[in-house]
Design a protein around this ligand. Structure first.
Ligand code: PLP
Length: 377
């Protein structure tokens, strides 16, 4: 199979798998137990937390382990539901895992302003021209999961905090974590979410970063795990696997970026040999890991299903929303028409893909597009 749906999920690194297996088979105690087996595991567990803190260059605040990024985003939004300034600035292209919890706050008296990207991008000016002293919360995704556009959240957070130090600033960094270097040391970002399964760790593990744990309002109460901010016996295999994945990502991040960028460029060059190809995410300002492309008069869904017969896996838009018609929301947020959105596929890479695979997939995509067009005539 040629797997080019790495924004949906990724193959688990062998090292991460082995770390999880060890925790299933050998060190399977409960890290909250007071006996030696529990105590020793607690040390490993806290070391894993430190690995992630070091990777993000965290100087203040905590990493709180969650089951996924959706949970982390929901905790973020729950944490701001009682703030006094009830105006929120966010983007029109957030993942549903942030968009929906934010929209739910409208019923609590919040006003939500959504920035639409221009030419695929949201820049500092777009944010500052909308903001004023009446806003309490800003949430901007770091890398869009359908188009791949990058928002420079570190710089935007710095400038926002200079003007409005009381604003709470959050970022959904699911598609940026492990792919772009993230540095939280300046302390301008209050909340960040990420997900293990997007970066070669298993499903079922995510993280919430909180600059100040006093800001966090939990969703799950019970035991005192995770600083009493997320009750429930910890997912030790998931956490240890994530830490192993992070060690590998930390070592290879810049090389992976270059490598994957080359894969994306090869795919773009090959697909552009066809007529009627519109690449939505080309050049600087876009993550090399995500490619959004539309083929004139080709329904994305049909293309995805034809390619699956050759075991080439790409996706319509985002896996999380591809079963709903609402998946148009993000592409329409970027200004694409309904027709263009229906013609858009997402091809998403990882450093596990080879150039040979990508070139082969490109040939099969072109063949499928030509076939569909010939049948439609
Ligand atoms: N945020 C973004 C940008 C995503 O791409 C995704 C998943 O696709 C999520 C949040 C949700 O992540 P999880 O599957 O860990 O809940």
């Amino acid at each position: 199979m040629i797997y080019l749906d790495n924004c949906a999920t990724t193959k688990v690194y062998k090292e991460a798998m082995e770390a999880a297996l060890h925790a299933f088979e050998v060190t399977y105690a409960n890290p909250s137990s007071i006996h030696k087996a529990g105590f020793l595991l607690r040390n490993d567990f806290e070391e894993a937390r430190e690995t992630i803190k070091k990777f993000l260059n965290i100087k203040s605040g905590e990493i709180i382990f969650t089951s996924c990024a959706s949970e982390a985003n929901n905790i973020i939004v729950n944490s701001i539901k009682d703030i006094k300034k009830k105006k929120i600035l966010t983007t029109a292209v957030e993942h549903q895992a942030m968009n929906k919890p934010i929209d739910n706050l409208i019923a609590n008296g919040f006003e939500v302003i959504k920035i639409h990207p221009h030419d695929g991008q949201i820049i500092l000016d777009d944010v500052l021209t909308k903001l004023d002293d009446s806003f309490g919360f800003v949430s901007l995704m770091h890398v869009n999961n359908e188009v791949g556009s990058i928002i420079d959240v570190e710089n935007i957070a710095r400038e926002v905090k200079k003007l409005y130090p009381d604003i709470i600033f959050a970022t959904d960094a699911v598609q940026a974590f492990g792919k772009l270097r993230i540095d939280l040391s300046e302390g301008n970002i209050d909340f960040l979410s990420m997900s293990g399964h997007k970066v070669h760790a298993p499903k079922g593990i995510g993280c919430l970063y909180a600059r100040d744990t006093h800001l966090v309002k939990p969703l799950i109460y019970g035991g005192e795990q995770e600083f009493s901010l997320r009750a429930g016996t910890e997912n030790v295999p998931g956490v240890l696997a994530l830490a192993e994945a992070v060690k590998i990502l930390d070592k290879n991040l810049e090389n992976n970026y270059k490598y994957v960028n080359n894969l994306k460029n090869k795919m773009i060059a090959s697909l552009k040999e066809l007529d009627g190809v519109n690449v939505h995410s080309e050049g600087e300002g876009y993550s090399p890991y995500v490619m959004s492309v539309a083929f004139d008069n080709i329904k994305a869904e049909v293309l995805v299903h034809i390619l699956e017969q050759d075991e080439v896996y790409i996706s319509t838009s985002s896996a999380c929303s591809s079963k709903q018609k609402k998946h148009m929301r993000v592409l329409e947020g970027y200004g694409y028409s309904e027709k263009e959105a229906e013609e858009t596929v997402r091809i998403s890479f990882s450093e596990m893909n080879t150039e040979e695979e990508v070139l082969k997939a490109a040939e099969l995509i072109k063949k499928a597009v030509k076939f569909i067009r010939s049948v439609k005539k």
